[in-house]
Design a binder for this molecule. Sequence first.
Ligand SMILES: Cc1ncc(COP(=O)(O)O)c(C=O)c1O
Length: 442
Amino acid sequence: MALDRTTVPNDLSAFWMPFTANRQFKKAPRMFVAAKDMHYTTADGRQVLDGTAGLWCCNAGHARPKIVEAIEGQARQLDYAPAFQMGHPLAFELANRLRDMAPDPFQHVFFTNSGSESVDTALKIALAWHRARGEGSRTRLIGRERGYHGVGFGGISVGGIVNNRRYFGTLLTGVDHLPHTHLPEKNAFTRGQPEHGAHLADELERIVALHGAETIAAVIVEPMAGSTGVLLPPKGYLERLREICTRHGILLIFDEVITGFGRLGSSFAAEHFNVMPDIITTAKGLTNGVIPMGAVLVTSEIHDAFMEGPEHLIELFHGYTYSGNPMAAAAGIATLETYREEGLFQRAADMAPYWEDALHSLKGLPHVIDIRNMGLIGAVELEPIPGEPTKRAFSAFLKAYEKGLLIRTTGDIIALSPPLIIEKEHVDTLFETLAEVLKSLD
Ligand SMILES: Cc1ncc(COP(=O)(O)O)c(C=O)c1O
């Protein structure tokens, strides 16, 4: 008889962990067993300050009562309803609430289960929209170097992080990339949006000249690139991208999986930068990370183009078994209520200057070559160890964890994005701990 391995303690081999150094982890596991507000509890009973809102998603902090109650109640009331050709009230309610909090042009919502699915959905809607309007020659998709749009084939094709692309074949065809906007020699240690780099948006003109505008469906960018290590849009850059897209009939997609739901101090980055795309992708903070869910916001102009032809026919051949899932919808509604009742987006905006000062106090510490920030987000870029990229930052991550602080690293960049409920004393603790960690690095 097979051994019942679920009763064997410390057997970590079956779970192939995502985006993790599996062998390193399984030799010295880092396990969280509980969480409340700003802190995680580890398996050995230590408190760890959450400097990253989980994975940029727990914007309201952990185990928030309203969200917990909503999920418990929903599991008893209606656990699942078919997503196709059937509905349930909460999905409509959540869509209405999202519409109400989004900038005016966004009147319709398509539900997904993750950021990756939101990106694939947005790209597919863009392609199908052009086709619905008789412009089926618009099939090209334009992403950006260093962009992160999740891990579906659509997302890694328009994305620009080499390790997410190089192992996975030829990807989607007909994709080009804008240059990234990281100009450390000109913009290092800028507070907020950097001065230099708006001209990089003009590269879109070069791509249009190369292929012809009538072949290009959409441009997708993160208004602030998060996962690649917090790259802020240079002043004027997003405006210029918008203007070029409009001039050539190209849809502009903002991937707001990180920037949505208060990270920059407003509902969406589109509002923060006052640049309106045609499609917004979201996930993460939509449900406070508690139940997987994403949403794609589109304008009436896009939505209405599909609402043609015989009414008994499906208008868009796309959707997921769990699109608008009742449990996720309940979590989403409770999350948006928590954000509103506690004024968390404004709170992030109010805390941002204190955060910025504390973050920039790390300037001058060993190996720090750049610091970047906006809203409640920050990055500390470290000089890589020659010939061993990523090792220094990973070592910082491990040391921070030992000292009771959760940070995130990507390459040799430390990224910080705490829950929006963070208090000044947490900010102080976070940066004092990080300073100690930086001083102790080889
Ligand atoms: C901008 C952006 N898009 C898409 C994704 C993918 O989201 P998920 O991991 O939920 O698929 C992420 C995740 O970090 C992201 O930051």
